[in-house]
Structures are given as C-alpha cells and as structure tokens.
Design a protein around this ligand. Structure first.
Ligand SMILES: Cc1cc2nc3c(=O)[nH]c(=O)nc-3n(C[C@H](O)[C@H](O)[C@H](O)COP(=O)(O)OP(=O)(O)OC[C@H]3O[C@@H](n4cnc5c(N)ncnc54)[C@H](O)[C@@H]3O)c2cc1C
Length: 402
C-alpha cells in the first residue's frame, strides 16, 4: 500500500496476544472476510488474523477481479449470487470505495454444442436467482465494441450467455476495506508472522505456533490459499487440493471505454478493462502443479493470437505487466469449506481460480459456522466429507476458460 492509501485507509497493526477465541491463518480476502464478519455480525472480536507476508499479498491481490454468479450447478449459483449481492452493498457497508462496477459478463460460444451449454447455464442461473440470458450473434455484434465475429475463420461467434450482474472491484481495496472494518471492531491483524505449527490435544486444536511465539486458541481457520495442503498436514488432515500457478497480464492504456467482461472457452481466454484503461487478460491454470510464482512468456504467447483475432484492436497494445498466483484447485472445481475431522480446525479452500468473487459470502458463512456451531445451509454442500460420501459437485465448465 502506498503512503496515500495508508493515510486514507486506517489500518492499525496489532501486537499478538497470548490467546484468542479464533485464530485465522492467512490475511487474504477469505481470512479477512471471516474475521470481519465474526466481529461485525456476531460481536466476536477476540480474533487474530495472522499473515506471513502482507495482507492481500496472495491471490486476493493478484486476481483479475471478476465477480459473477453464472455457475452451472444450483448449489454454486445460490452461493455466488449471495456473494454478488454482498459485493453490491460492500461500499456502503464499509464506507470505502472498492471501485465496484457492473459491466455484464459475456461467455461467447463458437459451436452448436457451446450454444446448448450456455443456454442450459442461462436456465440454471435464472432458476436459482442469477440474471443470465442467452443472446444471439446480432446482439453481440451490436453491443461488444471492436469484436471480430469470425476470428481465425474457424471460430464464428454463435451466441453468448450474458450474465447481467457480472462485475469487477479493485482487489486491494476489497482486502483493505475488510481489514480496516475488522480492525476497527477490535480484531488483531498481524503481518510478517508465519504460522509454523498447529497444536492439538485429544483430537482438538489447542493452539498455534508462530514465528512470533505460541498462541492458545481452540478455533483455527485455515485460509491460506495455495498453501492449504501444507497447513492441513500440520494436523494430519489430507485435502483433495492441488496447487497450480495461474497467470494474468495487463496491457498499456486502451483509450476507448470497454465495459463488458468477455470470456471464450474455445479461444481459451477472458478479458476486461481496468479503471486505468488497461486491458486485463487471463486464461486457465498452468497444467503442472507448482508453488512457483514465476510468470512466463509461454502464457502470453499461448493466448495472444486468439485475443487479437477476436479483438483486432488489441494488436496495437503492449503487455505492460504480468504476474502469477498459486491456486488451490479442488478436483470438482467447487470450494471446500467448513469443519474437518480435527475438532476446532476449520478450512476455507478450493478457491482455485474463482475465489475472489466469493470473499464476502465465504467469510459470512465461515463466521456464522464459528459463531453458531452450525454449518449454514448455503455452504453445507461444500463440506470436505463430500468426497468420501461420493457427493462431489462437478462444475468445471464454470471456470470460464474450459
Ligand atoms: C491470476 C489470477 C486471476 C484470478 N482471477 C480471479 C477472478 O477474476 N475472479 C475470481 O473470483 N477469482 C480469481 N482468482 C482466484 C482468487 O484470487 C482466489 O481464489 C482468492 O483470492 C483466494 O483468496 P484466499 O484468501 O483464499 O487466499 P489468498 O489471497 O492467497 O490468501 C492466503 C494468504 O495466506 C497466507 N499464508 C499462507 N501460509 C501461511 C502461513 N503458514 N502463515 C500465515 N499466513 C500464511 C499467504 O501469504 C496469503 O496472503 C484469480 C487468481 C489468480 C492467481
């Protein structure tokens, strides 16, 4: 955060106490949102958020900021729709400008099979509360600035699902707004402190070990993004998560306004415009699991041709910056939230390439679980034991680039 924002957003860093009611590990969006909701919705303020680097320094400050609820299964549509609605109110609630902007999310199709898939998505979305319509090519040609309706001669644009609520918000500001709100309510947030161990006794959590010393607590929330399996290892819980790098880039300033958020699974990329006018692009995860955050030429190279084919104006732009995050991928492309076999060890993981949009609803639900001891209905389907119960929630095509 620069000095200007230090002055605007009143973040007050704490000293760690010896014990807390709840210790949240990870100062990304999900950890901060859990602490925020614990304090503001349930009055639970003896809470510490422990971040090994800086808040938002993980995926929550590295994503492409797309917020949407156009998922393919009822459980996910309901959950993400709740998050979308919380985002709409987050500026008013936190009194902080998170640069929330609704631009509509268009998922283009280039085949007959794609048309059927997106028509089905629109129907499921509408049935479970998200506003999505299937639109024909003439609407796309009229509404999307600068689009080539027949890219590469092989991918005619044959329609799209248009998710009207598709939006973006500035990621850092979301993190800071939640951190500031939680701090103001009395939550302790510390940076540059790593959790190195979790202590248990008789199958229950009794504390954590950190680089700043031990802390007693009976409730630990693991919200560590791509490090979820290493954290769960500390208490002997195996998670069905693999960590994969995900890359993104921005171009220099494009002088025209470009409101929509566009994705094409067949062309393998998505793109939107930032408030600064940069074109912001992403694709799917790197195929090999890794904790590496190295950004590579192969990524831009792999999608540049298709991007320029669909949006010829992009050939005049230059890649300005490129970066990488480490994503906690679940096998069914659906989050994993809630309790584990170790009493007091809770997880919020499996956020993969799609967890920024889930930050408000994820934190709200985790806080409710901690405060009441009951798993909220909204997240009950996302429980870890779904894999053992053969109740996985396959939703791969909703990642936008599949
Ligand atoms: C390039 C990219 C583009 C993306 N685009 C989108 C998008 O457009 N829309 C969308 O919805 N999602 C998107 N995502 C996914 C989204 O960013 C993540 O799912 C989300 O931010 C996860 O939040 P989190 O709080 O779980 O994890 P993180 O933000 O990664 O936070 C975890 C934190 O835990 C800390 N930590 C780890 N281990 C320890 C430890 N031992 N002790 C203390 N702290 C620890 C880390 O330092 C980190 O700050 C994207 C991700 C990437 C990488």
């Amino acid at each position: 955060m620069n000095e200007f924002w230090e002055a605007k957003v009143k973040l007050r860093w704490a000293e760690l106490a010896d014990s807390y009611d709840v210790v949240v590990i990870g100062g990304g969006g999900h950890g901060l949102s859990t602490a925020y909701h614990l304090a503001l919705r349930h009055g639970i303020t003896k809470v510490a958020v422990i971040e090994k680097s800086y808040i938002g320094g993980g995926n929550s400050g590295r994503n492409t900021t797309v917020i949407r609820a156009n998922y393919g299964i009822p459980e996910a549509v309901r959950f993400y729709q709740r998050s979308l609605e919380l985002y709409e109110n987050l500026e008013a609630e936190t009194d902080r400008w998170i640069m929330h902007r609704v631009g509509g999310n268009w998922w283009l199709v280039h085949t007959e099979a794609g048309r059927r898939t997106e028509q089905a998505r629109a129907a499921v979305n509408q049935a479970f509360g998200a506003k999505t319509d299937f639109v024909e090519p003439e609407v796309i040609a009229r509404e999307i600035p600068g689009i080539n309706m027949n890219p590469l001669g092989q991918f005619p644009v044959m329609g799209a699902s248009l998710h009207h609520g598709g939006a973006t918000a500035r990621h850092d500001r979301v993190n800071w707004a939640l951190a500031e709100g939680a701090m103001r309510a009395g939550v302790d947030i510390v940076q540059d402190v790593e959790v190195t161990g979790i202590n248990t006794s008789g199958g229950k959590v009794v504390g954590v070990e950190t680089t700043a010393g031990p802390i007693a607590t009976e409730t630990v929330v693991s919200a560590v993004g791509g490090h979820a399996t290493r954290m769960a290892d500390m208490v002997g819980v195996r998670l069905p998560i693999r960590t994969h790098p995900l890359q993104a880039f921005v171009t220099n300033h494009y002088e025209r306004k470009f409101d929509p958020i566009i994705a094409s699974a067949d062309l393998g990329f998505y793109v939107s415009q930032t408030a600064r006018g940069e074109m912001l692009g992403g694709a799917h995860i790197d195929p090999e699991p890794s904790y590496s955050r190295r950004a590579g030429h192969h990524f831009v190279n792999s999608i540049a041709r298709n991007m320029v084919a669909l949006f010829p104006f992009m050939s005049g732009l230059r890649v300005l910056r490129q970066w990488t995050g480490t994503c906690d991928m679940s096998p069914d492309y659906t989050p994993v939230m809630g309790v584990t076999p170790v009493n007091g060890f809770l997880i919020t993981t499996g956020w993969g390439t799609w967890g920024f949009k889930a930050i408000p609803a994820g934190g709200e639900a985790m806080a409710q679980l901690i405060a009441t001891g009951e798993t909220p209905e909204l997240i009950a389907p996302f429980a870890l034991d779904r894999f053992a119960r053969d109740r996985t929630l396959a939703d791969r095509s909703s990642s936008g680039t599949h």
